[in-house]
Design a protein around this ligand. Structure first.
Ligand SMILES: [Zn+2]
Length: 247
């Protein structure tokens, strides 16, 4: 059975008005990224970090999924069990669009996590209280459920699993700055990259200068504007009876 691996990043949510630190010179909504997104910053001033994520969560309540989120959510329904969608985004716009099976590699803004028992629970868009305790184990401090610099990202194990199981790879709105997509693309004969900009590869060991050169198809458009083209490739691929293989 043919399966599709989707890896999405900030470019998927950009058209919904979600900004990220990567396109703002190390400042995320006027905050120093290393203070609000690192374990060091968390240890030094957890109240400031909590406030930062409370604000992001509050903003998220009013953000709406764009065309790309909706098409990808529909794709999940149309090919139930055959899509592995891994996102680097911490927003819930895929879920707002109706998706049920998205794997958030860097965590989720609408959840909190206990520092002691690691239980994750939803808080929706409300602010985390100053003395909020874990509802599971009762008396321990909770924190945002977003992976910080300097921390292990447990869901990364799904990446290698998806590479093994899938035969079509689609990268949407990710420049490869956090997760290098060139080695992933090299594993696939069939692949699509969607990005409005041509991105250079980052490793000196890559002989091709642009990331898109490692992909079968390059759709040089914003995520929301690329979906018709992507769908026609996906539909053709899923219908074709030809044998498919990894490279
Ligand atoms: Zn707990």
């Amino acid at each position: 059975m043919k399966k599709i691996m989707i890896l999405s990043g900030a470019g998927l949510s950009a058209e919904s008005g979600i900004s990220t630190f990567r396109d703002s010179n190390g400042l995320w909504e006027n905050h120093d990224v290393m203070k609000v997104c690192s374990t060091k910053g968390w240890i030094e001033d957890h109240k400031a970090v909590t406030k930062f994520y409370n604000e992001r969560r509050h903003e998220l309540e009013f953000k709406k999924p764009n065309n790309a989120h909706k098409v990808l959510a529909q794709l999940e329904k149309d090919y139930r069990g055959r899509i592995i969608h891994l996102t680097q985004n911490i927003d819930d716009l895929m879920e707002k669009a109706g998706a049920k099976e998205v794997i958030h590699l860097h965590g989720t803004l609408t959840d909190l996590r206990c520092e002691a028992c690691t239980k994750i629970y939803s808080i929706g868009y409300r602010a985390q209280g100053e003395s909020e305790k874990c509802p599971n184990c009762g008396n321990n401090r909770v924190r945002h459920n977003v992976v910080m610099f300097g921390e292990h990202a447990p869901n990364y194990s799904y990446l290698s699993q998806a590479i093994k199981e899938c035969s079509l790879f689609i990268a949407i709105g990710t420049s490869g700055a956090v997760i290098d997509i060139v080695p992933i693309a090299k594993e696939f004969k069939n692949s699509i990259i969607i990005d409005p900009k041509r991105q250079s590869t980052r490793s000196m060991y890559d002989p091709k200068p642009h990331i898109d050169e490692y992909f079968e198809y390059f759709i040089q458009k914003k995520a929301g504007e690329s979906m018709d083209e992507m769908l026609s490739i996906v539909d053709e691929y899923m219908k074709s009876s030809s044998k498919y293989k990894h490279k």
